[in-house]
Design a binder for this molecule. Structure first.
Ligand code: ATP
Length: 459
């Protein structure tokens, strides 16, 4: 089957409670989305898998949760106040606002006019004010963070000193970021409020290139480990002209988000970026005037964020490798990749969401064959309760068994457990597999072990 486009996923997501348009009862809010009962489970599974992989399964990474609102000077010295901008143009005909760097042929995509203003920089950071001060008080101005990374850099010494780490080591963070995007859109692909999973890996200068390549390979593999097919992923080497001013090399992991676009190059877009940020960040936030050209001298910071190497007795600023992924784009890629259709014996087409077991919002659905038979219902509810400490399980009796199976397939539940009349006699249930629709009879007492064996690793 050809890959679904985003519209198919938007409709499934809304119908089944993964993602809803935000503030809908008040007419919505452009490109804002709310995660429903299944969406929050899926996003939680993404966060948990990333955290487990990044922090628990390694020996060299610590976690962090920094503030969303930071001292404004963080964004002054990081360069965001000056350079975190997109080139904005206005269409003089229809007044649409556009990003100059996304216009393929210099024409307004809304009305086709070429009568556009000159590009001017538009800063993407959302502003607000802290405290009960006047809105125009410059001392009260703060920003909602546009990335989680800076919260890590400013805590470099705190983590270093409290965890007694030596290079190389990393600090991981998951959290919301905010960008006043000029052209948000494509469902949860580009929104103004989104969530990042970032890790800053500090290494000795000279060891940066190898570490960078290792993280590119590891991240590429991670997306496959959570079930995204390799064919729909590709590595994109950012050309020198595209690189951020601080970056030595950046590789994006792209997903085939837009399979319907005729120009094949435009089928792909960024899921994650892995940047070699050099020593820019720790240097720029340090109080020492280290820059050779006299630029970026920091007279506001109270600390020097350099590192003293006990072995070589040298002091230097570590280089940073940054794998930065989006929770929301990962959720979208998972939904697109898992989407499939299958026709049953009756010729009816069913949607099956073939999510990796570890990502499935619900792992087991326990279904009674007859909901008017108290013994069957009681047994089914007891089985659901016994599953609860192990996995996310649900009980559902709101339809005939065919409908119940179809509903679970559509949301990606790997296994349905059905309790029938015979179950009362033989203490056994039917376990149905989402992908093959094959059924097996399993003793209730064997059920936990049976399911745990059948779940994919990492579930
Ligand atoms: P893009 O070029 O698509 O704007 P970016 O290169 O600015 O993205 P980064 O700053 O590298 O993005 O952020 C890391 C990750 O955060 C991205 O790979 C993406 O998954 C996610 N991300 C960034 N901006 C958004 C957004 N507006 N909406 C949803 N996710 C986002």
């Amino acid at each position: 089957m050809s890959a679904p486009n985003i519209e198919t996923i938007v409709s499934l997501a809304k119908r089944r409670g993964f993602v809803y348009p935000s503030s809908e009862i008040y007419g919505g809010l452009g490109s804002a989305w709310d995660y429903g009962p299944l969406g929050v489970e899926l996003a939680n599974n993404v966060r948990a898998a990333w955290w487990r992989w990044m922090v628990y399964e390694r020996d060299d990474i610590e976690g962090l949760d920094s503030s969303i609102i930071l001292n404004r000077r963080v964004w002054k010295y990081s360069g965001h106040e000056e350079t975190f901008t997109d080139p904005l143009v206005d269409c003089r005909e229809c007044k649409t606002r556009l990003r100059a760097d996304k216009l393929d042929d210099g024409k307004c995509p809304n009305c086709g006019s070429k009568n556009l203003t000159e590009p001017r920089p538009f800063n993407l950071m959302f502003q607000t004010h802290v405290g009960a001060t006047a809105e125009d008080d410059p001392d009260a101005l703060v920003y909602l963070r546009p990335e989680t990374a800076q919260g890590i850099f400013i805590n470099f010494l705190n983590v270093l000193n409290t965890s007694r780490r030596k290079l190389p080591f990393g600090v991981a963070q998951i959290g919301k970021s905010f960008r006043n995007e000029v052209t948000p859109g494509n469902f949860i692909f580009r929104t103004r409020e989104f969530e990042q999973m970032e890790m800053e890996y500090f290494v000795r200068p000279g060891e940066d290139e190898q570490a960078h390549q290792e993280w590119v390979d590891a991240c590429h593999q991670w997306f496959q480990d959570i079930g995204i097919s390799r064919d729909n992923l590709r590595l994109y080497e950012q050309p020198k002209a595209e690189l951020a001013h601080y970056a030595k090399r950046t590789v994006d992991i792209q997903y085939r988000f837009f399979p319907e676009r005729e120009d094949q190059e435009r089928n792909w877009d960024e899921l994650m970026g892995i940047a070699n940020r050099t020593d820019f960040d720790l240097r720029t936030h340090s109080k020492k005037p280290e820059d050779a050209e006299g630029k970026r001298l920091n007279s506001d910071s109270t600390e020097d964020l350099s590192y003293f190497d006990e072995q070589t007795k040298q002091r230097f600023y570590p280089y940073v490798i940054e794998p930065a992924a989006g929770v929301n784009r990962t959720v979208l890629a998972l939904l697109m990749d898992a989407y499939s259709e299958k026709t049953n014996d009756k010729g009816e087409t069913r949607v099956i969401l073939k999510l990796h077991h570890s990502m499935a919002p619900i792992k087991v659905a326990v279904l009674p064959l007859a909901k008017n038979k108290p013994e069957i219902v009681g047994m089914a509810k007891a089985i659901k309760r016994s599953m609860q400490p192990l996995v996310r399980a649900v009980y559902d009796d709101t339809g005939g068994i065919g409908k119940l199976y179809a509903r679970q397939d559509e949301i990606g539940t790997p296994f349905c457990v059905t309790v029938d009349h015979q179950s009362l006699e033989d203490e056994a249930v039917t376990v149905r597999d989402r992908d093959t629709w094959e059924q097996e009879r399993v003793k209730v007492s064997d059920l936990p072990t049976y399911l745990l064996q059948r779940f994919s690793p990492g579930t």
